[in-house]
Design a protein around this ligand. Structure first.
Ligand code: NAD
Length: 504
């Protein structure tokens, strides 16, 4: 593993490294050490980045390339990034505390594979779509062009800095747009590195600009900038609402990937060995800081106590520790504020009548870093705060149900609708429950399965639009219908509706 000295990172605007006197300090959540300093961009830097992106877009340096040329360059970028995978993993891990296993397989592994997926889409996407020839009201042919939008703004959270940013940058670039990225203030390093790799491997200057900075300053300017055609945002539902308001001033396109409160529905015929492991995997992976985590285990009342005992027994084997140790299962949470917030949710659950069956505090024997024990709350009612609000920490709430209909009703009784899992030995039952659940993704006998071939996104207040999937470029293009008259003469056309006496 490469070790990173405290290093300074500049912004990337129009192919230039840009610095400021004001810097942000990146702290390692595992030991509170300083990882790096980063130039802090403001609204003024966003303006410069949007101007650079707009001018590059208009120059045709990228937008004018054929989709196949774009695909080729994107594949070269992914290959070069893959050659530097260890550094990218280190940059992710040291800033957001993901374990080396998660950072390698999920945070960076998926990111580069998905970037290649978007390169393939550039190759196969139908940018020009002929419509059937019509003879009424006159012989004509229409052709639908899917054109790039122009400048796309991407605002990303800290939990998957590279992956969730490339879910926006990948399809935007494949479609020919230019992009300005505003990474989260805690985790801009991996995306700055990726942008550097991209420019070194054929991406024209100014196509991909990265401006780290505060959400309320740089982020808000990007979301409201008149020259930005679309904002693609991943983050909390609360900020998602803000983004919609900011984008409305110039009627921008918006995609929002927001929060979740995922149900893991255990049916009474489930293979309990698998369901116990699967529910823990669904909730505690990356310390519960995944939007699609299964944070509500919904279990048959008659199995509640046995299921909780099995969860406890298995969860005690989860190794909590240093993220860079390949034996560590669970690392820290992102920062001290979030650690305190998670612990206060646990206190609140106790006050509301839930039982802390496991964990509930900071782990013994770790004095530095922002750790929270894997925590299991039993006897939770779906009306409790802990079952309604997104905690974004390693806290699993176990909720009992009496009938399958009630299980589905509890699952759906949430303002969120991002992802769910169903645990059963009977595929037909699993599929029937999947039909009834109001979520954008449902995994039967699995969790966290992010397949680039299928769309990802939320029902209800978990978001608007979808990322990934075969139609991913639709979100980064707009349709232009071009009508070509084939009738060849004035008399063949319905002009007489207006002009019947024109020759009189
Ligand atoms: P957040 O909403 O606080 O911040 C996300 C980004 O928005 C950051 O870059 C931040 O700087 C920026 N921002 C903040 N205020 C802004 C403003 N007023 N204008 C413009 N930008 C602003 O979210 P977070 O705490 O970083 O991330 C955790 C949240 O993200 C959770 O709610 C989680 O569920 C959600 N999430 C969703 C998905 C998904 O795909 N649905 C994936 C990962 C995370």
């Amino acid at each position: 593993m490469t070790s990173i000295d405290v290093q300074h990172y500049s912004m990337l605007i129009g192919g230039e490294r840009v610095d400021t006197d004001d810097t942000m300090t990146i702290i390692n959540p595992a030991d509170e050490s300083v990882v790096a300093t980063v130039a802090k961009g403001t609204a003024t830097h966003i303006d410069a980045a949007v101007a650079a992106a707009k001018s590059t877009f208009e120059s045709g340096a990228w937008s004018g390339k054929t989709p196949q040329e774009r695909a080729q360059i994107m594949r070269a970028i992914a290959a070069a990034a893959n050659d530097q995978v260890e550094e990218l993993v280190e940059l992710e891990m040291s800033a957001n505390g993901a374990t080396v296993r998660q950072a390698t397989g999920f945070h960076v592994g998926y990111a580069l594979a998905h970037f290649n997926f978007f390169a393939d889409l550039a190759d196969t996407y139908q940018f020009v779509r002929p419509a059937p020839v019509v003879s009424f009201p006159a012989l004509a042919q229409s052709v639908v062009h899917r054109e790039p939008l122009g400048v796309v703004g991407a605002i990303a959270p800290w939990n998957f800095p590279l992956l969730l940013t490339l879910w926006k940058v990948g399809p935007a670039l494949a479609a020919g747009n230019s992009v300005v990225v505003k990474p989260d203030e805690h985790t801009p390093l991996s995306m700055l590195k990726f942008a550097e790799i991209a420019e070194a491997n054929g991406l024209p200057r100014g196509v991909l600009n990265v401006v780290p900075g505060d959400g309320r300053d740089a982020g808000a300017r990007l979301a409201s900038h008149p020259d930005v055609a679309k904002i693609a945002f991943t983050g909390s539902t609360q900020i998602g609402r803000e983004i919609m308001k900011l984008a409305s001033g110039t009627v921008k396109e918006v995609t929002l990937e927001l929060g979740g409160k995922g149900p893991s529905i255990v049916l009474d015929d489930a293979d309990l060995d698998m369901a116990v492991d699967g529910v823990l995997y669904g909730c505690f992976t990356y310390s519960g800081q995944i939007c699609e985590s299964g944070t509500r285990a919904i279990v048959p009342r008659e199995l509640h106590d046995e299921f909780v005992s099995r969860l406890i027994e298995r969860a005690k084997t989860i190794v909590v520790g240093a993220p860079d140790d390949w034996d560590t299962d669970m690392g820290p949470v992102i920062n001290a504020k979030q650690q305190a917030r998670i612990l206060s949710y646990i206190d609140g659950a106790k006050a509301e009548g839930a039982t802390v069956a496991l964990g509930g505090g900071k782990p013994d024997g770790i004095d530095r870093g922002f750790y929270v024990e894997p925590t299991i709350l039993a006897n939770v009612d779906n009306s409790m705060t802990v079952a309604r609000e997104e905690i974004f920490g390693p806290v699993l709430s176990v909720i009992a149900y009496d009938t399958e209909d009630e299980a589905v009703a509890i699952a759906n009784d949430s303002e969120y609708g991002l992802a769910a899992s169903v645990w059963t030995r009977d595929n037909a039952r699993g599929l029937a429950v999947a039909d009834a659940v109001q979520c954008g993704s449902v995994w039967i006998n699995d969790a966290h399965q992010i397949n680039a071939q299928v769309p990802f996104g939320g029902y209800k207040q978990s978001g608007i639009g979808r990322e990934l999937g075969p139609d991913a470029l639709d979100e980064y293009t707009q349709a232009k219908a071009v009508h070509l008259d084939l009738s060849g003469g004035r008399d063949a056309k319905p002009y007489d509706i207006l002009l019947s006496h024109a020759d009189d």
